[in-house]
Ligand binder design. Structure first.
Ligand code: PRP
Ligand code: URA
Length: 212
């Protein structure tokens, strides 16, 4: 697995406001949206393109367009949904699949409650969205699920990750033997005893959509 950590003052600035407990949902959503655009720029560095002939007002030329089959974006519900519009703004022709997962707050293991994905993902570039990689169970479970649908090229976009979660995720995906890239805005210090990222930003889903 390849790990890419964004190193940019604008990202650090926006993350600081995102982490702040005084930042309310409307601003939190806007910041997530802006940060995803920056993550997506890096995450799509190897998106496949094909040549296309066009004519400018002065001359014919050859450019590129996204190749077929088009990429598929997979937000992990619920919090990953907050990252979808930022991603599709940059890649508007991508298709979108959905995986719904929630972490059991006692065992910290994820439970999959929804899925809407193509049966065969072979040859598709998959982009998984989830703001938080804590223990790594949810992201790992989702990538395993995609691999069972024969995905072999998966890039995951996360805002914050814990070192423990990255390691667990690495072991899982290396075992799946598929090409995997993880792009994160920041790697935090550690997990606390409740499986929350420290310093983190709290519960991403609650901060986006309210406490359930
Ligand atoms: C959060 C987050 C990840 C998961 C990370 O979702 O969005 O999916 O926890 O934790 P892990 O790495 O230990 O699996 P949550 O389960 O709270 O569900 P939600 O998105 O519906 O709020
Ligand atoms: N899920 C979150 O939303 N935040 C954490 O810190 C850990 C898991």
């Amino acid at each position: 697995m390849e790990l890419k950590v964004l190193d940019h003052p604008l990202v650090a600035h926006k993350l600081t406001h995102l982490r702040d407990e005084n930042t309310k949902s409307p601003t939190f959503r806007a910041l997530v949206d802006e940060l995803v655009t920056l993550l997506a720029y890096e995450a799509t560095r190897h998106v496949r393109v094909q040549p296309v002939e066009i004519t400018t007002p002065v001359a014919p030329t050859v450019g590129v367009e996204l190749a077929d089959p088009k990429p598929i974006v997979v937000p992990i519900l619920r919090a990953g949904l907050g990252m979808l519009s930022g991603m599709t703004r940059l890649v508007p022709t991508a298709e979108v699949g959905f995986v719904g997962m929630v972490r059991d707050e006692e065992t910290l293991e994820p439970f999959t409650y929804a899925e809407r994905l193509p049966r065969d993902l072979s040859g598709r570039q998959c982009f998984v969205l989830d703001p938080m990689l804590a223990t790594g169970g949810s992201l790992g479970g989702c990538v395993k699920f995609l691999a069972e649908r024969r995905a072999n090229d998966v890039t995951c976009l996360c805002l914050l990750a814990a070192p423990e979660g990255i390691e667990r995720f690495r072991q899982l995906v290396d075992g799946l033997k598929i090409e995997t890239t993880l792009v994160v805005a920041a790697v935090d210090e550690r997990l606390n005893e409740h499986g929350y990222i420290i310093p983190g930003l709290g519960d991403a889903g609650d901060r986006l959509y309210g406490v359930i």
